[in-house]
Design a protein around this ligand. Structure first.
Ligand code: DON
Length: 573
């Protein structure tokens, strides 16, 4: 005992900053400590990575209601040793009554209509997704997996400075919904609902009851019956078009992950309707092809290639990705070696290509609004269990507090995922992303997403997971994933250092490179400016990455949660 305590103390003293604690058992990283705690509790009860990830996702929805929850949707990848990797798409769809121009009046988008209130709500699909994952690849009974979330909803979470900040930004929207105001706000001295004081406990007894019902009855709770009716009523009273039939008919979809490789590592990424996976594979493909012998990481020439690859990949995503069930998405062609070679060949090694020189999205002005800093309304949960199964699960209600509507008596906060469509082709969404016709609104259609759960396999043992990761942050998601991945594979950084490194982002439109203040030294930035790149320094996180990893040599595991946020990484000894 004494000796191991001594070793531990020594380790703590000698571990450099950013060194991760190594674990022999399962590891988890998530954007909330309570969510990571829920996952660890489930692993300790003998659950596998799927049980743990689903427990964490339910728990994250309770303690981070402004980012995610059972009123939203998401994607998950499940990598299992010796079996094929699973991809589950449980993203929301447009209600059956949705129309292409529903957010336009006199031919122009109405501000706020696709982000606040009834019309912004797409058909929730998260519960269907979480429970489909459990059924197919989990091992514990539903009530066990939901127990931590139910407990947290009853006990409540404590208002932090961040909660106050987020609420302040969405105050008007939240005040419009009496149920949301009752749950998430507190009456001020003047008698109007306002930002709750620090330390206030936000209990969600209605949500606890709904979760309890889901634990005993399953996904049918959101398909029909009182909870489903309350959701539809609340949305319709606020001018929305959701119907009970929409809730009854929505399904999660098992898809084949897209496969790729990078420097000897096999990769599984999320297919359309995610645009993130294609961006990841295209960018890595271009880098592998164009980097000269002896290239140096993060020198101006290498960063230029990275930025030009991103410009092209985000451009193609904007034009060509859509709901694969409704539009023809040439995913395999986009990631094929021939096409990646064409993208690479179009890059001028010395000069930035103006984004406007790539053919613009229909109706695109080429001057889309700047991407917003400090966007992280989504949650990533990454888990690797003792047996080597890994889950990367990203889930969201889109904007902060989604639509701001809480369905009466149920605690279910509804998403505003309709804003992920091109409200009008060429008009930027919340994340400054500009899309074309393929992502226009149609009944039952899935909006394109940036969410990019990703699994990288070991070079030495192609069946074992090296890295499972994902991110939140809207348009910043793919670049967050890409940089952590390359920091590990090329830079050989340990996981916390790979997450802590400054980030560099380009998304085609707006034509600007976003960087963290610490990302580039002045000479590197000057060299890139001389090539024609324009910069904006973002004093925010540029995405929140959550990742788990196994060391191929030792088999030891590490987990890391983005140091710019409030998440936590935990593991089993
Ligand atoms: O699916 C998407 O791309 C967006 N709804 C994700 C939103 C998001 O990450 C917001 N967070 N920061």
């Amino acid at each position: 005992m004494k000796r191991s305590a001594g070793v531990l103390l020594l380790l703590l003293l000698v571990l450099p900053a950013h060194a991760a604690r190594p674990y022999r058992g399962g590891v988890v990283a998530a954007a909330y400590p309570e969510a990571s705690g829920a996952a660890l509790e489930i692993l300790d009860r003998g659950g596998n990575a799927v049980d743990a990830a689903v427990a964490a996702a339910f728990a994250a929805g309770v303690v981070g209601p402004y980012h995610n929850g059972i009123g939203g949707g998401g994607f998950a990848l499940v990598a299992r040793p010796g079996k094929e990797t699973l991809a589950l798409d449980f993203r929301e769809v447009a209600p059956a009554a949705a129309t292409r121009d529903m957010f336009l009046r006199d031919g122009r988008p109405v501000p706020g209509l696709s982000t606040d209130g009834g019309l912004s709500v797409a058909v929730p699909n998260a519960v269907n997704g979480y429970l489909a994952l459990l059924e197919r690849a989990g091992s514990l009974p539903r009530p066990v997996v939901l127990a931590p979330a139910i407990r947290l909803a009853r006990a409540g979470f404590v208002v932090t400075p961040k909660y106050r900040q987020v609420v302040a930004q969405r105050l008007e929207c939240l005040r419009r919904s009496p149920e949301a105001a009752r749950t998430f706000l507190r009456l001020g001295p003047d008698g109007t609902p306002g930002v709750p004081p620090l330390g206030t406990r936000i209990r969600q007894p209605d949500l606890a009851r709904t979760l309890q019902r889901i634990a005993s009855e399953g996904a049918s709770v959101l398909r029909a019956g009182p909870v489903a009716r309350a959701i539809v009523q609340t949305v319709r009273e606020d001018g929305g078009i959701l119907s009970e039939e929409d809730l009854r008919s929505i399904q999660p979809r098992w898809r084949a992950p897209l496969q790729g490789s990078y420097r000897g590592h096999r990769l599984a990424v999320f297919p359309p309707p995610s645009g993130g996976g294609i961006i990841t594979l295209q960018t890595l493909g271009v880098l592998e092809r164009l980097r000269p012998e002896g290239w140096k990481r993060r020198d101006p020439t290498d960063l230029h290639l990275y930025l030009e690859a991103l410009r092209r990949a985000y451009f193609e995503r904007a034009q060509l990705v859509g709901d694969p069930g409704q539009v023809d998405v040439p995913a395999e062609r986009l990631i094929s070696p021939g096409h990646v070679a064409e993208l690479a060949a179009s890059i001028d090694p010395r000069h930035a290509t103006p984004s406007s020189a790539l053919q613009a999205a229909p109706g695109g002005t080429g001057s889309a609004g700047a991407s917003q800093p400090e966007q992280k309304h989504t949650t990533e949960v990454s888990v690797l269990d003792r047996a080597g199964t890994a889950v990367a699960l990203t889930t969201t209600i889109n904007g902060w507090f989604g639509s701001c509507l809480v369905a009466r008596g149920t605690g279910v906060l509804l998403n505003d995922e309709m804003d992920d469509f091109s409200v009008q082709p060429g008009v930027p969404n919340l994340y400054g992303l500009v899309f074309g016709e393929r992502n226009s609104i149609a009944p039952g259609r899935i909006p394109v997403s940036s969410m990019a759960p990703t699994v990288v396999f070991q070079e030495e043992h192609p069946d074992r997971v090296l890295l499972a990761l994902g991110a939140s942050g809207g348009a910043y998601i793919p670049t967050g994933v890409l940089q952590v991945l390359t920091n590990v594979v090329d830079g050989r950084l340990n996981l916390p250092a790979a997450l802590a490194a400054g980030r560099v982002h380009h998304q085609w439109m707006p034509d600007v490179v976003s960087v963290n203040p610490e990302a580039l030294d002045p000479p590197t930035r000057a060299a890139l400016e001389a090539m024609g790149h324009t910069f904006q320094v973002v004093d925010g996180p540029l995405g929140d990455v959550e990742a788990v990893m196994e060391d191929p040599r030792t088999g030891l595991r590490t987990a890391a949660s983005d140091p710019r946020n409030e998440g936590a990484a935990l593991g089993q000894p």
